[in-house]
Design a protein around this ligand. Structure first.
Ligand SMILES: [Zn+2]
Length: 738
């Protein structure tokens, strides 16, 4: 541990000696559009880099110098702030602004620490989390893919799709693919943050300000890219290009599978942020003592039960403390905590614009918030700490202000909000709208992030009151909706979305009750409309492109957005310009290609019907029977050509066929991997020519190739039959079977 600590410190010192200007230039190499840091402007960063190196040197020994309790706590706080930047948990600029104002930090070190954090943004290896959460190879690969695109979101999407395909082929596990997506999102934000620092420093220089003076203003004006909301999928000039990139990554991961064992062993990360035990211990203590308000984004992803010597993390500071101690954990614990750090970093993205808040900062009184928003009452559970009450009221107030930016006529008269649980709390509920008492129950530990959703239920409640004159029910539910022709049609449209729509009721993870579907749409519409204004509010909504806390993973379809808007119409007006703005960026639309990721997901979701599962006694039998049971065709390209002809007839873009062939290839490799992993006990091939083609051991390569081709063709056919609607109509294409 000591050795690795030294390596890290040496790197940082070297970087500092060379000057930050070099780091900035290196970044600009990846980012043609970004501003070049003026050499004089970078002087302030060089100072920060020097202080950073100083801190690293001080922290790097397992048993550091003896210090007074006060000095030790100051060091622990500094380590926590650096950890927040390095781990990618929360916006780095939020953390820098917090450091500048932190009442627990001595005045004399605030500015130095903040400069060191800015310098750290330029110098951190964004792969750090990835190395712990996956392995060195995967972390470096993800990082290089993300950075190879001038818009890092494109690289992120390549990683998502490439790893998904690799999971389909069995080259990586499903959970690894999920972690890779999180790590790619962190790598994306690391790119944004570095460019942001370069822009900030340059702008500060030309304006005659210090970067740290300008930083809070830029946060207020929402000028940092790393804090901008990401709700819509990134545009590609050509879907074909994305498919090509994803294919290359998939092939690379697939080729590496099986050879990865050796790599996992030497994947012990080299980086140790803080080796000093006293600092680590004190950091946990400080995080506990400070007891910042809980963040559901963190509490929901951290492992349970937590290792005995660590409290489970419920806020950013506690998670940063775990990050500092990561190397002291067993390998499996370390991996699961690193994965939690990555997941939390992604979830916290919607909180990036949150204002810095410390206990004691000004907050409105409950009565003020109540009056301002026309609420009937705001109550807080007596168990909530006083400082958390202030935080809750302030956040609630801002969230409702943000909701009104989207729904300016939102009328909340008569609604009660109780910050806390209800007696008889339903298991796994994060928050609750009670239609009988018209109360939103909003426990601070789980509810922040789902306020927009609960407001959606309240709007549903209001529609019932307006349309039926009834109180205590939801308009979209059962009998009520059927009684009203003006509601029946849009609710029907809302609830009959295709499985591809992210908010569709057909997705098994989601509740199919109409009021839940409406609430999910209200949540999405509010988040998307705010995003179009460059805003996000993590207290209001967790919606983002990568998915939200409620299990939605993609945008709704156009028809559903309109249906939701017309259901809401009798409770509140959604301004026309808002409707237009949220439609923009939603794919697939009229005349637009579907998203590559949707085509991939759909092909991956098809259940393959494999004849041998039913009656073959062995895998080899698969082959023996293949020619009898799989589709008969003399031409091995039979299925592909038929699918392509059908797609052309239906005017489908031709890359869709390529994606299906790619998914078929991945799934074929998966079947072969499984057969090799669990070889049959009694080979009983009926077709001697196919004997052993798919089994383990030395096999005639020609036989194996033939067996694989038969299998691939069958899978390709099944995917096309299950996913391409035009295939049915195109059964008139001569070469296609009926
Ligand atoms: Zn709900």
């Amino acid at each position: 541990m000591q050795r690795t600590g030294k390596v890290w410190v040496r790197d940082v010192v070297a970087a500092a000696a060379l000057g930050v200007a070099i780091a900035a230039v290196a970044i600009i190499g990846h980012a043609p559009q970004s501003t070049v840091v003026h050499p004089t402007a970078s002087a302030s960063l060089t100072q920060g880099a020097q202080y950073l190196a100083e801190l690293r040197t001080r922290f790097h020994r397992p048993f550091g110098e003896s210090r007074s309790t006060t000095a030790l706590r100051a060091d622990a706080l500094q380590a926590l702030y650096l950890a927040r930047v390095e781990s990618g948990v929360g916006s780095p600029f939020h953390a820098v602004e917090a450091a500048l104002r932190d009442p627990w930090l001595p005045d004399s070190i605030r500015a130095n620490l903040a400069s060191a954090m800015l310098a750290n943004v330029l110098m951190i290896a964004p792969t750090a989390v990835g190395e712990y959460a996956l392995d060195k190879f995967a972390a470096a690969l993800i990082d290089s893919v993300v950075r190879s695109h001038s818009e890092p979101r494109r690289g992120e999407e390549v990683v998502r799709i490439g790893f998904e395909l690799a999971a389909a082929s069995g080259a990586v596990s499903r959970s690894e693919a999920g972690v890779a997506a999180d790590v790619a999102a962190l790598a994306r934000d690391a790119v944004y943050a570095r460019r942001d620092v370069a822009r900030l420093v340059t702008a500060a220089h030309s304006g005659g300000l210090a970067p740290l003076e300008l930083l809070p203003l830029w946060r207020e004006e929402r000028r940092f890219d790393v804090e901008r909301p990401i709700v819509y999928p990134i545009e590609w000039a050509s879907s074909r290009e994305l498919v090509a990139h994803a294919t290359r990554l998939f092939e690379l991961l697939d080729a590496r599978a099986g050879k990865a064992e050796g790599a996992i062993v030497d994947s012990v990360p080299l980086r140790v942020l803080v080796a000093d035990f006293a600092v680590r211990h004190s950091a946990r203590q400080v995080a506990r003592d400070r007891n910042a308000p809980p963040s559901p984004a963190i509490a929901q992803v951290t492992p349970t039960p937590a290792p005995a010597h660590l409290t489970s993390a419920t806020n950013e500071e506690e998670l940063a403390a775990v990050w500092l101690s990561l190397t002291s954990l067993q390998l499996t614990e370390r991996t699961s905590w690193a994965r939690a750090v990555a997941a939390a970093g992604v979830r916290l993205r919607t909180n990036a614009q949150e204002r810095v808040w410390f206990a004691g900062d000004h907050a409105p009184k409950a009565s003020e918030v109540q009056q301002r928003h026309g609420l009937s009452a705001i109550t807080l559970a007596s168990s909530i700490r006083p400082s958390w009450r202030e935080y809750a009221l302030l956040s609630l107030d801002r969230a409702l202000v943000d909701a009104r930016r989207v729904l300016p006529d939102l009328d909340l008269r008569g609604l009660r909000i109780h910050v806390g649980l209800k007696a008889e709390w339903p298991a796994r509920a994060m928050a609750l709208h009670d239609p009988e008492s018209r109360t939103i129950y909003f426990p601070l530990g789980t509810a922040p992030g789902v306020l927009a959703h609960e407001l959606g239920h309240d709007l549903d409640w209001q529609v019932a009151r307006t349309v039926f004159g009834e109180q205590g029910i939801y308009a979209t539910d059962g009998t009520a909706r059927r009684a009203s022709p003006i509601l029946a049609a849009p609710v029907e449209r809302l609830t009959s979305a295709s499985a591809l729509s992210g908010l569709a009721p057909t997705r098994h993870t989601l509740n199919a009750r109409p009021t839940e579907i409406l609430a999910r749409h209200v949540d999405w519409i509010i988040a998307a409309a705010l995003a179009n204004m460059g805003r996000s509010n993590g207290f209001l909504s967790t919606v983002q492109d990568a998915g939200d806390a409620l299990g939605n993973t993609s945008a709704p379809e156009h028809a559903q957005i309109d249906a939701a808007v017309s259901v809401l119409a009798s409770a509140t007006k959604v301004p026309h310009r808002t409707v237009v703005s949220v439609h923009r960026g939603v794919a697939p639309g009229a005349g637009r290609d579907p998203l590559v990721r949707h085509v991939v997901d759909r092909a991956l979701a098809v259940n393959l019907r494999m004849p041998w599962h039913r009656w073959a006694t062995s895998a080899v039998d698969v082959l023996g029977n293949a020619s009898a049971t799989f589709r008969q065709a003399g031409d091995p390209r039979f299925a592909r050509s038929c699918v392509a002809a059908s797609a052309r007839a239906a005017g489908e873009p031709d890359w869709i066929g390529d994606v299906q062939a790619l998914v078929a290839e991945a799934r074929t490799r998966d079947v072969i991997r499984r057969l090799q992993q669990f070889p049959p006990r009694r080979p009983l091939a009926r077709d001697p020519a196919g004997r052993g083609g798919l089994a383990t051991g030395p096999v005639d390569p020609a036989l194996r190739a033939r067996a694989t081709a038969v299998l691939r063709r069958e899978i390709e056919w099944q995917l096309a039959a299950a996913t391409s609607t035009p295939l049915v109509q195109a059964s008139a294409v001569p070469s296609c079977p009926k």
